[in-house]
Design a binder for this molecule. Structure first.
Ligand code: F6P
Length: 461
């Protein structure tokens, strides 16, 4: 029996079938799983996560889902239930709802097919509930991560009222008007599910306020809430960034862009990240300030994410077409200038190199739970780089610094973003340095360990 259990969809370890059919273990990708992994390493904590396909299930069958220093509990889910819960409900419905991404004239459509998927989401939550109920010691603390488990709070409260259950949401929470797009009975079940938790945490006050307003709009009682922004693991990140591999990648990147200025970004390839509008803003800056042509390169890293979803594949194609069009319109072969250098590979070393070298870091999500890159960039940058940051990123609350930190943008305003990029590139050295120093101090002041300590404190509510 465990007295502390962490719950997430993606666990620290996943498997794929190698070319010869044998199972190959891989470390989990993604901000949440890797942050948690560093925090919990060697702690012996019980970590329950879900099998993400046949290879994971086979690894469980072969008893290979183990990690030294952790007590991994794989919850086995069949492909169809997983597709319904992860693809249809979590990532195409709840993700779009909480990030305000619905294209309302066309989507969503809550037909019978969708309602069957909702049953799958419920079954997925139930499968996790059954495992927790069996594994949790009397009065144990359960730390549940993210929107995949909106219904688990109520299930646990009913089966094990002795448990202290904390839900932490890594996305924003929808404003009432957008939550109201979901079918009435689904809104009711979701709010009731979350109200079953002892406490619900968010990366910033805005998402907490939206969450509480949804209960007010439904005449319901919200659970206890708290705000606890995640921070980078400073030591680990600095060590990674100072590795020879990153130095080599930085050299290669420098050779690629020459002596030109760098506007960098690094994100998952994902609609909420607003990569296309970022490129359009860069294009607009090249049009309105032709003096930048040939002088600056937009280095965009967009690594693959959730490729089973048609929406994500369509978005990736939009990103690639936009970059190609702008490069065709503005590029100068003779001068060796490619305006947008887009990389769609998962290349963390190159991302670290770009964060280190950039003159400007563009983080312009439509809406984002936090955006850890907005903190990692200023921490690692060695060029007094300016952070151009969406006011819809959770990190904005910490990094605005009364106008002395990041430059804020409205992520929908392409012309405004172009102006901010120009302002960042032309900012004088003392102001760049003052802003970069202030940002670094704030980022260093709050780490992943503080975030985890806040969750532990919330379990005592
Ligand atoms: O930002 C929300 C989030 O769910 C993170 O918690 C996670 O690291 C990231 O998105 C990637 O998600 P997935 O596990 O679906 O690839």
């Amino acid at each position: 029996m465990s007295d502390t259990i962490v719950v997430s969809n993606r666990g620290p370890l996943t498997f794929r079938a190698g070319d010869d059919g044998a199972l190959v273990a891989m470390r989990a990708a993604g901000g949440l799983a890797s942050s948690l992994h560093r925090l919990l390493a060697r702690s012996g904590t019980t970590w329950a996560s879900v099998t993400m396909g046949a290879a994971d299930r086979e690894a469980v069958a072969q008893d290979r889902m183990h990690e030294d220093g952790l007590d991994l509990v794989p919850v086995v889910i069949d492909d169809e239930t997983y597709r319904q819960a992860y693809d249809v409900v979590a990532n195409t419905t709840l993700w779009y709802c909480h990030h305000h991404l619905f294209d309302l004239p066309h989507r969503p459509r809550f037909d019978r097919y969708w309602r069957t998927a909702w049953e799958g989401y419920r079954a997925y939550n139930r499968a996790m509930a059954d495992v927790i109920v069996a594994r949790a010691g009397q009065g144990a603390a359960v730390f549940v991560q993210d929107y995949h488990f909106s219904l688990l709070g109520r299930m646990l409260a009913e089966a094990r009222p002795d448990l202290r259950t904390v839900h932490f949401l890594h996305t924003p929470f929808a404003a009432p008007a957008l939550l109201g797009v979901l079918p009435d009975e689904v809104v009711a079940e979701l709010l009731d599910g979350m109200a079953g938790y002892t406490a619900c945490g968010f990366h910033c006050h805005q998402w907490e306020a939206d969450f509480v307003s949804c209960y007010a709009a439904a005449d319901g009682a919200a659970p206890r809430t708290f705000v606890a922004p995640l921070g980078p693991d400073v030591g680990v990140l600095e060590e990674e960034a100072s590795s020879p591999a990153v130095a080599q990648a930085a050299q290669a990147l420098r050779a690629e862009v020459g002596g030109r200025r760098i506007i960098a970004r690094t994100d998952r390839m994902e609609p909420s990240k607003n990569i296309v509008r970022g490129m359009l803003a860069f294009e607009e800056m090249l049009s309105t300030h032709p003096e930048w042509r040939g002088q600056v390169v937009h280095v965009a890293q967009a690594y693959p994410s959730r490729q089973g979803l048609a929406e994500y594949l369509a978005y990736a194609s939009d990103v690639e077409h936009t970059a190609a069009r702008i490069n065709h319109a503005f590029g100068d072969r003779a001068a060796g200038w490619t305006p947008i250098v887009l990389s769609v590979k998962d290349d963390w070393v190159r991302s670290l190199a770009a964060l280190t070298l950039s003159d400007v870091l563009l983080v312009n999500p439509v809406r984002d739970g936090l955006n850890l890159v907005a903190k990692e960039g200023p921490l690692l940058n060695t060029a007094d780089g300016v952070l151009v940051l969406s006011r819809q990123a959770g990190a904005w609350e910490e990094l605005a610094l009364d106008g002395g930190g990041a430059l804020g943008i409205n992520p929908f305003d392409v012309a405004g973003t172009a102006d901010a990029l120009h302002a960042a590139l032309t900012m004088d050295a003392p102001e760049r340095s003052a802003r970069a120093t202030a940002l670094r101090a704030v980022v260093r002041g709050r780490t992943a360990a503080d975030w985890w300590a806040d969750q532990r404190a919330a379990a005592q509510y």
